[in-house]
Design a protein around this ligand. Structure first.
Ligand code: FAD
Length: 553
């Protein structure tokens, strides 16, 4: 999946839309009391066990025998204001405490403390960009991975072409550091203010994944603190069961404190292109051709556009620059309620002759069947291209429109190639034909680029489509608006089930073990075995709602 470049145009359009201006910006309290010196969780745990009353725990109550220097522990209102919220803005549960730690060994201590309690859970919180409370812990301990001190290193090894990064580091910072050496990771997400540990716990997908696989396929080594409270280095050849469990493991087996990511030489520039189709079968044929060809673009994504002049979801969201316009008279008369756009990027060096770049672009585009007059392109630096959604976020925040902070009932799924045409008919051309007030992405991926030993589950076919419905609500949304969006997501999932589509939710969210069992299918047994090996007391990542603390595995 991925949040698309489309979001930039979408955000601009959202900002321009008068109905959306004037915002409700969720105000997080940024004040974290600095209870420095020696911090221990012991007393806190004892009181929890004794009273099971988290509201009454006071600052004085914390800490006798567990040394965690240079950390701070925040509870009560401040903890709630940060750790009980996420990007989705739909769920909110109250943690016992929000903990900032200095190093991986402190995570070991925290987990070991939690293990002494019959009820306490521990959630790693990356950047809290989950949709459904996945990084929360109801009356549990939430570790702020982003603020990890020593652990948040970014150490580039130029000779061996890899970077060692702390689990709480943002991909934005990885990009900037690596570019200083002329290097870059191979596989990205569309938006980079996500942590390394957060995306590796899911997969990490964008327009490069057809070539390099998801981000999880570009990891060489991990340092993990397991739910047993053991810090372990693992890789394909060392503690490999833990390595593959953690990749795409939804935080269930361990907390990633360091990852070694493969690098490649970074290009300077990108030719960024969007082309438009009126027919879904032509769009998918071309997209699949590009992801399977030896010679292709470096980035291939696609999105669905409403056949209207709506600034957020319609034609105006397609052009890449303000001096470009979309002339709908070029669309065939029989065009349906939605259009499709392939989004492509070709890397090049600033030393390349522009005619050489142009020739290669023309050669690649010549084989495609888009509407000839509906082609848009710009040149961008590689860094700006990768930071495109971050830029859109800045614009949105700067305008005070509030759309970044209001709820986001997003739906992400992977749909088998076998069923994507039918999916188009029942979902894109029907249920969401009026748009979702945000980008609707769909593009193909190759199963062969995903390691089946990781914990991610995929549809059966060799090619499957990432589908993302990235809904934005209005500023000050009514509860009914959010409910309607969630209900439409449910309708889509139920429609897929009813039609027997081969699909899996990406960034999945289920409320019961039975539903999780169905999600994992024949991989459930392996997932449970991994859980009993690495987190048998189900201390970790309770917000995923897969296992409950001390659940009999
Ligand atoms: P969090 O939401 O903080 O945590 C997610 C889960 O991982 C939780 O269960 C948490 O406990 C666990 N976790 C966090 N850190 C660690 C750690 N160090 N070790 C173990 N477990 C951990 N996804 C894509 O694949 N492609 C995209 O293009 C893309 N674009 C996005 C754009 C936006 C604007 C948003 C909001 C999300 C996007 N996502 C995308 C989804 C994103 O990858 C996931 O939501 C991811 O989990 C967010 O990272 P985070 O650091 O905020 O994690």
């Amino acid at each position: 999946m991925g949040l698309q470049i489309f979001l930039f145009a979408c955000t601009i359009a959202l900002l321009a839309s008068s109905s959306l201006v004037s915002a409700e910006v969720v105000k997080h309290s940024s004040h974290i009391p600095n209870i420095s010196a020696r911090k221990t969780l012991a007393c806190l745990v004892e009181r929890l066990v004794a009273e099971n009353d988290t509201d009454s725990i006071s600052e004085d109550g914390i800490l006798k025998d567990l040394d965690i220097e240079g950390s701070n522990i925040d509870y009560g209102l401040t903890a709630t204001s940060i750790a009980s919220k996420d990007f989705g803005g739909i769920y909110a549960v109250k943690p016992l405490a929000f903990i900032r730690l200095a190093r991986a060994d402190d995570i070991v201590r925290v987990i070991r403390r939690a293990l002494q309690s019959p009820t306490l859970t521990v959630a790693a919180r990356g950047n809290g960009h989950s949709i459904n409370g996945q990084a929360m812990a109801d009356h549990g301990l939430v570790i702020d991975m982003k603020s990890m001190g020593d652990n948040n290193i970014i150490d580039v090894n130029v000779a061996s072409m890899y970077v060692d990064v702390g689990g709480g580091v943002l991909w934005t910072d990885v990009l900037k550091r690596c570019l200083g050496y002329g290097l870059a990771p191979k596989s990205w997400t569309d938006y980079l203010d996500l942590t390394v540990g957060g995306t590796l716990s899911n997969a990490g997908v964008s327009g490069q994944a057809f070539r390099f696989g998801p981000q999880t396929s570009t990891v060489m080594e991990l340092e993990v603190v397991t739910g047993n409270g053991v810090k372990t280095v693992c890789s394909n050849s060392q503690n490999s069961e833990l390595f593959f469990s953690v990749l795409g493991g939804l935080g269930q087996f361990g907390i990633i404190t360091r990852a070694r990511i493969m690098l490649q030489h970074a290009p300077d520039m990108v030719r960024w292109i969007r082309v438009v189709y009126s027919e879904f079968d032509e769009f998918t044929r071309d997209a699949e051709l590009l992801i399977m060809s030896e010679e292709s673009f470096n980035y291939v994504e696609g999105f669905v556009v409403v056949n209207s002049d709506d600034p957020v979801t319609g034609w105006p969201s397609v052009p890449l620059a303000s001096n470009q316009s979309f002339d709908p008279t070029h669309l065939p008369k029989k065009t349906g309620p939605v259009l499709y756009s392939l989004e492509l990027a070709l890397h090049y060096s600033k030393h390349d002759d522009s005619s050489t770049v142009n020739m290669l672009v023309e050669k690649l585009l010549r084989q495609l069947t888009f509407v000839e007059q509906l082609r848009f392109e710009i040149d961008s630096t590689y860094m700006d291209f990768l930071l495109r959604v971050n830029h859109a976020e800045q614009v949105a925040r700067g305008s005070g429109s509030g759309i970044w902070d209001t709820p986001h009932p997003w739906l992400n799924m992977f749909v088998s190639k076998r069923d994507i045409a039918a999916f188009n008919r029942v979902v894109f051309q029907n249920i969401t034909k009026g748009g979702v007030n945000g980008p609707m992405l769909t593009y193909p991926l190759l199963r062969s680029k995903w390691d089946s030993r990781s914990s991610v589950v995929l549809p059966q076919s060799d090619i499957f489509y990432s589908v993302s419905l990235l809904r934005f609500t209005h500023a000050h949304p009514k509860e009914s608006e959010i409910k309607q969006m969630v209900a439409q997501n449910n309708e889509i999932v139920q429609t897929c089930i009813k039609n027997g589509f081969d699909f899996k939710l990406y960034l999945p969210h289920y409320e019961s073990t039975a539903e999780w069992k169905k999600h994992f299918g024949d991989q459930w047994k392996r997932f449970v075995e991994r859980k009993s090996q690495f987190d048998p007391k189900a201390v970790l990542a309770p917000g995923q709602k897969i296992f409950t603390r001390n659940h009999q595995l």
